[in-house]
Design a protein around this ligand. Structure first.
Ligand code: APR
Length: 186
């Protein structure tokens, strides 16, 4: 039975088996959660990400004339695991959320971030996992909708993970996830 918990705080301060990073396809760092994880986790995480990029299937990594040396990197909705470096966790699971588009965005890609991260957690044997509110920062996904997708997906995904912890950075995010949890019968 998976327990869903909400924490108001910084995901890099969590003591869990796996911390989920709201990454971008390059896997080479960024701001927000990504920046905090690399800053606090140290260089080993980036080194592991570079190794992963080099090993991504050629199709993902195809180098076309003029393209960045590592091609397209990790597709939206997919997840990969690395060491957690200096973080109080065993792994970081990097997943790439969808960017919200006014013309319409595909919620199944955001759901896939949670589903794929749980699949990877099960493969690793992780029993506790901390998620940020994926796509709700730089990627501009509306918080209430992102919270609904996150909570519904975790509820609907069979996993051996005992605790799924949503770590919310501010009151707005916390309130949205608390409401989504209530609506989903939490
Ligand atoms: N702990 C928990 N939550 C955090 C933290 C933190 N240390 N820092 C930011 N957040 C929250 C933000 O307030 C937001 O609600 O995480 C949510 C996701 O925001 P982003 O980190 O901007 O992630 P996202 O919207 O998925 O955009 C990903 O941003 O940082 C870059 O490299 C990253 O290009 C990628 C993009």
């Amino acid at each position: 039975m998976t327990t869903i918990t909400l924490v108001r705080g910084d995901i890099t301060e969590q003591s869990v088996d796996a911390i989920v990073n709201a990454a971008n396809s390059s896997l080479l760092g960024g701001g927000g959660v990504d920046g905090a994880i690399h800053r606090r986790g140290g260089p080993d995480i980036l080194a592991a990400c570079r190794d992963l990029r080099a090993s991504l299937p050629q199709a993902l990594n195809s180098v076309r004339a003029g393209e960045a040396p590592f091609g397209k990197g990790l597709p939206t909705g997919q997840a990969v695991a690395t060491t957690a470096g200096r973080l109080d966790a065993r792994w970081v699971i990097h997943t790439v959320g969808p960017v919200w588009q006014p013309s319409g965005s595909d919620p199944s890609l955001l759901a896939s971030c949670y589903r794929e991260s749980l699949r990877i957690a099960d493969e690793l044997g992780a029993r506790t996992i901390a998620f940020p509110a994926i796509s709700t920062g730089v990627y501009r996904w509306p918080m209430e909708d992102a919270a609904r997708i996150a909570v519904e997906t975790v509820r609907d995904t069979a996993t051996a993970v005992d605790e799924v912890r949503f770590v919310l950075f501010d009151e707005r995010a916390y309130g949205a996830f608390a409401a989504a949890l209530r609506v989903s019968g939490g």
